[in-house]
Design a binder for this molecule. Structure first.
Ligand SMILES: [Zn+2]
Ligand SMILES: [Zn+2]
Length: 233
């Protein structure tokens, strides 16, 4: 589904309504996150539906290294040859050299995320591992987007901003499933860092908000984020 010109949202129910984003700035395609499926079929179908081929995919960027977002990464890299970008603190997880840090064991709202907390802590599903070729940092430019370091949910969590589209891609720092929230409390490895990151994300004058779990927000996103900030206090 095209949200605004050049930005497509691709979602699936598995992985807690996880979403990936396919960006087209006229130079080539760029993918942010890779959904849960290891065969990447939903992303491949979306690229075909645009009349494009996998060889048009030029960059694959990861918001962070949680299983829901990593499923299709190895397959898409193998098919496209596109370089993989992530923050260096997520790279060893992506390479399969370390397990993701455990999150809270007890339930926190929204309670529908509790089974996911348990699954992550037990490491019940593994992604096909892959080496990250490029480490990226706050302020870097990749294709049309600028990188925004937004740790807290995980240590190397990244968000992205496309100024010309007034679109913020917030990863798991903000979610809209099962409802709009400034992150899932049971998954915050560092709540203080997360709070600081979301306050920073609230400074962007975004109209559109794309999140890791749930449907995108199509209008007035900055106001929604700013209004919700006291919920982190
Ligand atoms: Zn996550
Ligand atoms: Zn996630």
């Amino acid at each position: 589904m095209e949200i605004v010109p050049g930005i497509r949202s691709i979602g699936q129910r598995n992985g807690a309504y996880v979403h990936a984003f396919l960006l087209d700035d006229g130079e080539g395609l760029m993918l942010i996150d890779t959904l849960y499926d290891t065969d990447a079929h939903r992303i491949l179908d979306e690229i075909s539906s645009m009349g494009r081929t996998i060889h048009d995919l030029k960059h694959i960027i990861m918001t962070h290294a949680h299983r829901s977002h990593l499923g299709g990464l190895a397959r898409l890299h193998e098919l496209s040859g596109a370089p993989v970008y992530a923050h260096e603190w997520e790279a060893d997880l992506i390479a399969g050299e370390r397990k993701a840090q455990c999150v809270a064991r007890r339930p926190y709202p929204p309670y529908r995320t509790w089974p996911l907390q348990i699954a992550l802590n037990l490491g019940v599903s593994k992604h096909p591992p892959i080496q990250v070729e490029h480490f990226v940092h706050d302020g870097d430019q990749i294709g049309p987007v600028q990188v925004v370091f937004a740790p807290g949910h995980s240590p190397g969590h990244l968000a992205f901003y496309w100024p010309e589209r007034r679109t913020l891609i917030a990863g798991d720092a903000i979610c809209t499933w099962p409802s709009f929230r400034l992150g899932w409390k049971g998954f915050m490895l560092n709540p203080k860092q997360h709070r600081k990151s979301v306050h920073h994300l609230a400074e962007f004058d975004c109209e559109i908000l794309c999140v890791g779990h749930g449907e995108p927000i199509a209008a007035n996103a900055a106001a929604m984020i700013r209004t919700a900030l006291p919920s982190l206090d």
